[in-house]
Write a protein that binds this ligand. Structure first.
Ligand code: NAD
Length: 357
């Protein structure tokens, strides 16, 4: 089992990164320091970590408000904190935004990953006990028909600017392993859900619109299929890979939990009706509105994660029913977090980009 003293987490103020930092500091045997490097784009929210930061001393957690594309700044962080592990979450992560503005995706996801790899390569010469873990998506594999699964050796076939930029960054990470001998691991994960997810992704968009009794926009015929994983299970998988995974390897992470979008939205409506005390379980379903499909919308993602299970003994710990209930309860309890986000740019962007059919 490998251990580290100073883990640089990029994008640690975003949805998965913040959940990861909370998990690493509170629920693992990690006794070193986390250095959270985040530019705080619209998706980065310092409030995502507010509760734990007050309890944790500076020897365990540092925040660096920096851009991963800035080589000099990354170099300073590496040297100042003697970084021996990078867990790289920072990315532009929303497919719809990538369609409207691909430039930022190329910059952060490709150039940013390249900058971090270069920084690590130069700082880790003759330092064998180091690791660069790259967090990626199953979307790099393209789209499936009604059957079949993505495996670690499925050829890449990305379709959106988001997935293409992630695919490019995956290739760079692998190249640094093969060309320079850098210690790397990689993970490709399916759709995450859970607390602190920015309200532009499917589940929080629906939850917030249900609460406001606004339209629930569902793309196309609603039959696109996604595999859903509770964010904590993504993070336990990453921790297993970082501490025990074979160097140079990719591990797929998934929920083995496929739902069509419309099934998911119906379930959310039902659970929210129950949680908000509506007498009719179908009360919110009248809000469902089919909207014009996303261009290049992948039909089905499904992931095979047997390698992770058999090699590292990982398994999902949260059922979809429980994970969804926890998530919905979290959004209901954290109205202040929601209000702060709502006052930002996201509403404007949402209104502009979802066109009714
Ligand atoms: P997110 O959009 O919630 O957070 C991204 C974070 O990165 C934000 O805090 C943002 O401020 C930061 N960031 C963006 N550009 C930056 C830059 N140039 N420099 C420094 N920080 C920057 O994303 P997320 O959903 O938490 O996803 C995290 C990672 O996991 C991404 O790499 C994504 O591709 C991958 N992933 C996400 C999912 C999912 O369902 N959300 C699934 C599989 C993989």
């Amino acid at each position: 089992m490998r251990s580290y003293k100073n883990i640089m987490v990029t994008g640690g103020s975003g949805f998965i990164g913040a959940n990861f930092i909370r998990y690493a500091l509170k629920d693992t045997n990690f006794s070193g320091r986390i250095i959270n490097v985040d530019k705080l784009t619209y998706a980065g929210n310092p409030e995502n970590l507010e509760d734990i930061i007050n309890d944790i001393d500076e020897s365990r957690y540092v925040f660096c408000h920096k851009d991963i594309c800035d080589y000099d700044e990354m170099n300073k962080v590496f040297m100042k904190y003697d970084v021996d592990c990078v867990i790289h979450f920072a990315a532009e992560s929303h497919v719809d935004r990538s369609i409207h503005g691909p430039g930022e995706f190329v910059r952060t996801n490709i150039n940013g990953t390249f900058t971090l790899l270069e920084t690590a390569r130069k700082n880790w010469l003759n330092k064998p006990d180091t690791l660069f873990h790259h967090v990626s998506t199953d979307e790099v594999y393209g789209s499936l028909g009604e059957t079949g699964y993505f495996y670690e050796d499925t050829p890449y076939d990305p379709r959106s600017p988001y997935s293409s930029s992630k695919a490019a960054s995956d290739h760079l990470v692998k190249a640094y392993h093969h060309t320079y001998g850098m210690n790397i691991t990689m993970s490709n994960c399916s759709n995450n859900y859970g607390p602190y997810q920015f309200p532009e992704k499917l589940i929080p968009v629906m939850v917030l619109n249900i609460l406001a009794e606004k339209d629930l926009p569902v793309y196309g015929d609603g039959k696109n299929i996604r595999d859903w994983l509770y964010v904590i299970d993504h993070n336990t998988a990453i921790w297993n890979i970082v501490t025990k995974g074979r160097i140079g390897e990719t591990y797929n992470i998934g929920g083995e939990n496929e739902w069509t979008n419309i099934e998911l939205v119906n379930t959310l409506c039902e659970q929210m009706a129950e949680l908000t005390g509506k007498p009719d379980i179908n009360y919110y379903k009248k809000l469902i509105t089919f909207v014009k499909d996303r261009p290049g919308h992948d039909r089905r993602y499904a992931i095979n994660c047997d390698k992770l299970k058999s090699e590292l003994g990982w398994k999902q710990s949260v059922t979809f029913a429980d994970g969804l209930k926890n998530t919905l309860r979290w959004y209901l309890k954290n109205s202040e977090w929601i209000d702060h986000i709502k006052s930002g740019a996201y509403m404007e962007w949402m209104n502009k980009n979802y066109n009714k059919r």
